[in-house]
Write a protein that binds this ligand. Sequence first.
Ligand SMILES: Cc1cc2nc3c(=O)[nH]c(=O)nc-3n(C[C@H](O)[C@H](O)[C@H](O)COP(=O)(O)OP(=O)(O)OC[C@H]3O[C@@H](n4cnc5c(N)ncnc54)[C@H](O)[C@@H]3O)c2cc1C
Length: 304
Amino acid sequence: MYDLVILGAGPAGLAASAYATRKGIEFVTVAESLGGKGSERVAFPGPAEHRVVRPEQLLADFRRELEYLVERHRRGLARSVVPRERGLVITVETDDGSHEIEARSAVVATGTRLRRLGVPGELEYFGRGLGYSAVSYSHLLHGCDVVVHGDGRRSVDSALEVSRYARSVTVLLERVEGSRELYRNKLREASNVTMLDDCSIAGFDGDDFCRTVRLAYPSGELREIEADAFFVELQPEPNSEMVADLVELNEDGYIVVDLWNRTSAPGVFAAGDVTAAGFEQSLVAVGDGVKALISAYSHLNWGL
Ligand SMILES: Cc1cc2nc3c(=O)[nH]c(=O)nc-3n(C[C@H](O)[C@H](O)[C@H](O)COP(=O)(O)OP(=O)(O)OC[C@H]3O[C@@H](n4cnc5c(N)ncnc54)[C@H](O)[C@@H]3O)c2cc1C
């Protein structure tokens, strides 16, 4: 029986693991991969990056520490978390089958999965001029032409933020019919933003980097737009299925937490992108992971 199981090893899970080591907690971290989305990086053809803060570099030390502590992590997917008399039973799928882990408490830091458009060129160019999370790169896009695609307010916010640096921003919104006029008015706040209507993305083309997006109109017309950076910002999906029957989720499936990162289930804490807080930034996830860990520590010591 462990004191604590940490699910996920992205920025939130790595930071929680590092603090669990410092506090001498008997813990294990279960994750499909070490680093999570915090290891993702998008390169662009023009902008120089050597002077900017790069979250994946900041996270590298946390990651190395957990890699070194081989007994403290297991590669696997958590399928369910079920309460038992003395704590929790976590069912984990690994390469050699299904295993049960017993723990007195859990920190769920399983993040989100990106949704793809499923068009030609999308996977090929991901990371090479085509990315997700435009707000993470806006400061690198000085003087660039940028295309932002999305299905909601996050893409509108991204486009406005990028427009402070970029020369031009072209916004393509899909499935936002009820809010289209609201978003259009908001985007008018920036003179270098153009919103395109009634078209969808048919594919991406380029060389070493993504250079053009192909647009398809209902009339059958095709059009190409050249740009320096492209972002597909569909609302991601939270990896919360393993606790869906245990803790309160919001209507989009994100885990509801309080100020201390407690979920509605005693002894179960959550941190990072999987929570309903919605910040989606590595450094926020790191702080959140540490908060969740300290709360779990209090729970183990005091039952709080
Ligand atoms: C392309 C890209 C670029 C980005 N750039 C930046 C940036 O420059 N700056 C910035 O601040 N933010 C950036 N972000 C956002 C940032 O990466 C996320 O906010 C951050 O990674 C969230 O951390 P997390 O630990 O909550 O989740 P994640 O990073 O998503 O990690 C989730 C972890 O849980 C594991 N996992 C998932 N399901 C299960 C399961 N069932 N069982 C066990 N383990 C599971 C995964 O393997 C992973 O280890 C970027 C995101 C993307 C996609």
